[in-house]
Design a protein around this ligand. Sequence first.
Ligand code: GTP
Ligand code: ZN
Length: 335
Amino acid sequence: MRRYGKHTDEDDVRVRPNRKGNRPRTHLRPKHEDASEGMVLTVDRGRLHVLIEGRTIIAMKARELGRKGVVVGDRVAVVGDLSGAKDTLARVVRVEARSSVLRRTADDDDPFERVVVANAEQLAIVTALADPEPRPRLIDRCLVAAFDAGLEPLLVLTKSDLAPADGLLETYRTLGVPFVVTNREELADGEAADRVRERLTDRITVFVGHSGVGKTTLVNALVPERKRATGRVNAVTGRGRHTTTSALALPLPDDKGWVIDTPGVRSFGLHHVDPTRVIHAFPDLEPGTDDCPRACSHDEPDCALDRWVADGHADPARLYSLRRLLATRERREGD
Ligand SMILES: Nc1nc2c(ncn2[C@@H]2O[C@H](COP(=O)(O)OP(=O)(O)OP(=O)(O)O)[C@@H](O)[C@H]2O)c(=O)[nH]1
Ligand SMILES: [Zn+2]
């Protein structure tokens, strides 16, 4: 049996750490300079679906990338057969630096953090106002994940035909999170999609939500081609509907941005979150942390923010909101 599979001789070249400090083996270089740049649309059983100049090709990770993960949204360099023809397999030889990384852990006790999506700019948190009941702690946890990753959050509140949005919006008013409210009627006449689309223009937006909130309905309204593909192999990505483990990037019509659909989440583990990154989402409070103890969680008795806010430097409601978000890092029953 051949150890390195049926691909070209390059597969047999391993890049070793180079102790002498001279340049790595250079005969790999020319090919990699010829590599085409693409974006990972989805990952299906280890196969990467990469969009290159309007074509979707199937690729696998080159050995030299080692254990480095390649995720949806990654910009990659690809070599090999880029025809996109059936049964061809190209190779991803490089992953470009990521501008953002959205992570989650399966749950809080799981120290293994997974990168969900790379290079996204916005996180759309889809929540139904009823059926299923909204889960503010899940929303808070998604917000923490967004702030931690440097993504701008967007609240998408669905099913306003079943329950009003006021109560939930009040909870998030202090945080200043932008929101869109949709209902069944507006979904039918296109109004819902239009209003959400306005928020998505020219950016890469990841959609997350608990199962049943209407995320699929909404994404189908935003990306009409998706609907046609449901139940069959997707014309754009070659992906069928059975594979729901990976995120899936879908282009908005007329190249107006990207929607990245993700499988329904039951929880959003935050084991990996660093409180010092979350505070960046509160620029009004950040100067008040100068006198905090080292590695302050900003949710502990010695935190300097209490004093600073009491002295009138910022709105106490903002500190309350920050603490509420930070507190969601502690797992509770029902998360
Ligand atoms: N009343 C009402 N029902 C809606 C609305 N949007 C979606 N639904 C319904 O809610 C149910 C769940 O919608 P889906 O789009 O399948 O939900 P999902 O979030 O994708 O759920 P999963 O596919 O399980 O991840 C469906 O029966 C939809 O018809 C809405 O605005 N109002
Ligand atoms: Zn502090």
